[in-house]
Design a protein. Structure first.
Length: 377
């Protein structure tokens, strides 16, 4: 892992600096040291984070040991092609599929978002209940009851009701779920957010995914033409010939989101610290804790104490595009003036940007027991 990080850093530097002629002739890894042989002659300025010393070192077929994978090269004048190091013992021969690092994206990230009340203004369960004629109060009573007995993963209450509650089971069919997707009110600029992230920002490439406990038919219908279906993971059902729900195949709720995210990391070959997740409620707690523990970025889009105390950043807005602000700050390292300019370039004006810290306190009067009286003689 250390070796791969080092090689990635070297390739990333070459892209940033637009140097396309550095040839790493040999690299040997042992312990926490890397031994490099670089040819042809180049001059570089080396700076290790652990030391303020800087020096310019001419190299010509010379060997230099580097003890920190975070070392940065800030000045080069090279004259040969970049060859990727593909083993601990040296570069691949030029006739064995050499990889040009400068052609690779700098940094690849997974951006994953919840659906209900993260990309929408309301919950799909309420829209479904209204559509099939179940009173809102009755749906709330049943959903809260499911949550209180902890019988299902947090966020999967609707899926359980659809499968086991007689009233929902009798009334809800697949076409009702798709109709909910058409009726649910989406936040603004979701498509613009998808396009910006897909296009990449300042050398950072983002793969946009939706991870939600909502029925997958609802999400597909709501985000049709915006997010590809193979980038959407929701609760999946099998249906009987009559259209009635037969059973649950998979519920993307609670720890289920962690499982999906880990599979995506394996498929995309991305590091766990290259994950951004945004959500609003209790079903996002597991995945946010998981991402925080692995140095990813978590963003809450509500003031709910369930997630705002866990997420690294909180953003409140009627526009889905607002999550770009903490991404540009935390990931790309941009200042506010540059973020404002970026939004304006994409046709959006940041009219108001307030940053506050919220402390959640519950206070009550302190009661003390009266001191016992001493017995009198």
């Amino acid at each position: 892992m250390e070796f791969k990080r080092f090689v990635g850093a070297l390739g990333s530097f070459a892209q940033v600096s637009r140097f396309k002629h550095v040839h790493v002739q040999h690299c040997t890894y042992f312990g926490r040291m890397f031994e490099l042989t670089i040819d042809p002659p180049i001059s570089w300025r080396h700076h290790a984070f652990s030391s303020p010393a800087r020096d310019s070192i001419p190299l010509s077929g010379a060997t230099r040991r580097v003890s920190h994978v975070e070392d940065v090269w800030t000045q080069m004048q090279p004259s040969g092609p970049i060859i990727a190091i593909d083993s601990f013992y040296g570069a691949l021969p030029s006739d064995r599929n050499p990889i040009h690092m400068a052609d690779r994206p700098l940094k690849r990230y997974i951006f994953a978002s919840d659906f209900d009340q993260t990309l929408t203004f309301n919950d799909s369960g309420y829209v479904l209940a209204e559509l099939v004629g179940i009173p809102t109060e009755e749906f709330e009573r049943k959903a809260k009851g499911m949550a209180q007995i902890n019988l299902v993963q947090q966020g999967a209450e609707l899926a359980y009701l659809l499968l086991h509650d007689p009233e929902f089971k009798a009334k809800v069919r697949k076409e009702h779920l798709r109709e909910v997707g058409k009726r649910i009110r989406l936040k603004g600029e979701i498509q613009l957010l998808y396009q910006i992230l897909k296009g990449g920002i300042d050398g950072h490439e983002f793969d946009f995914y939706v991870l939600s406990a909502a029925p997958v038919e609802v999400i597909h219908s709501a985000l049709e033409g915006i997010v590809p279906e193979d980038h959407i993971f929701g609760t999946e059902f099998l249906y009987k010939a009559t259209g009635e729900i037969d059973r649950i195949v998979r519920a993307t709720a609670g720890y289920g989101k962690v499982a999906v995210l880990d599979r995506l990391l394996e498929q995309q070959v991305a590091g766990p610290d290259h994950v951004i997740y945004t959500g609003d409620g209790s079903s996002d707690i597991h995945v946010m804790l998981h991402i925080n523990a692995r140095d990813g970025l978590t963003i809450a889009v509500s003031e709910s104490p369930n997630v705002s105390q866990i997420a690294k950043r909180t953003v409140l807005s009627t526009s889905a595009l607002a999550v770009l602000a903490p991404i540009l700050e935390e990931v790309a390292g941009w200042e506010r003036y540059r973020i404002r300019s970026f939004f304006e370039t994409n046709g959006m004006l940041i009219q108001d940007w307030q940053r506050v810290r919220t402390d959640w306190l519950t206070l009550r009067t302190l009661t003390t027991e009266p001191a016992a009286k001493e017995p009198t003689a």
